[in-house]
Design a protein around this ligand. Structure first.
Ligand SMILES: [Mg+2]
Length: 204
């Protein structure tokens, strides 16, 4: 393999999305909106080629009947990077192995690049990455996102790893990119799956 493409959240690190209610409480949001923000974002991602701050804000304002502004996003992003202490030793071992074997390392993740970079930096993983491509460049599962992430390589020379079957595994597979599903569950599908990131070494 010439390049490995990693999803970030729930693959390389554990985000703090579960604690976001704490942050949203600072705004006068309805309970319904707060509990459905993941769904609202998912719908935005399914209908857009990329994230854009002002488009996202007007989308959120439609659902929340609030007047959220750039400051809200700024504070939200700062909340996002406050990660819990966590063990990323498996990820480190795999990333070091890739480095040693001259495999290029990039991230392809659907949240904003600046936030995802800071999160990777917080857990000590950013230094391994050649590039981080966030959802403000292209959103998965748009084919453009994967084709951009492979750089100048052929799809079959690249491998993608992630925890979400549709966007990290089946969509890139359709384009000829090798893909591995990282999951602790016993799922029944035809794709390669691993329970530990270090198991990926044997597919490189
Ligand atoms: Mg993920």
């Amino acid at each position: 393999m010439k390049r490995i493409i990693f999803d970030v959240d729930y693959t390389l690190l554990n985000p703090n999305y579960e604690n976001e209610l704490e942050f949203f409480k600072n705004y006068e949001m309805t309970e319904h909106f707060m509990n459905n923000i993941g769904k609202v974002l998912g719908e935005f991602e399914n209908n857009h080629l990329k994230y854009n701050k002002s488009e996202l804000l007007s989308y959120l304002n439609q659902f929340s009947s609030l007047h959220l502004d750039e400051t809200f996003l700024y504070n939200w992003f700062n909340f996002n990077i406050r990660l819990q202490e966590q063990d990323v030793s498996d990820a480190k071992e795999l990333l070091e192995y890739c480095r040693k074997n001259k495999i290029e390392i990039v991230a392809l993740t659907n949240w904003f690049t600046e936030v995802q970079k800071k999160k990777l930096e917080t857990v000590g993983l950013l230094k391994y990455f050649d590039e981080v491509y966030g959802g403000d460049i292209f959103l998965k599962p748009n084919p453009e996102s994967y084709l951009h992430a492979i750089g100048c390589h052929k799809p079959e020379e690249c491998i993608m790893v992630g925890d979400t079957l549709e966007v990290d595994v089946s969509a890139p597979s359709l384009l000829g990119i090798n893909a591995i599903h990282f999951t602790k569950d016993d799922v029944g599908h035809e794709f390669t799956k691993v329970k530990k990131l270090t198991e990926i070494k044997k597919y490189l």
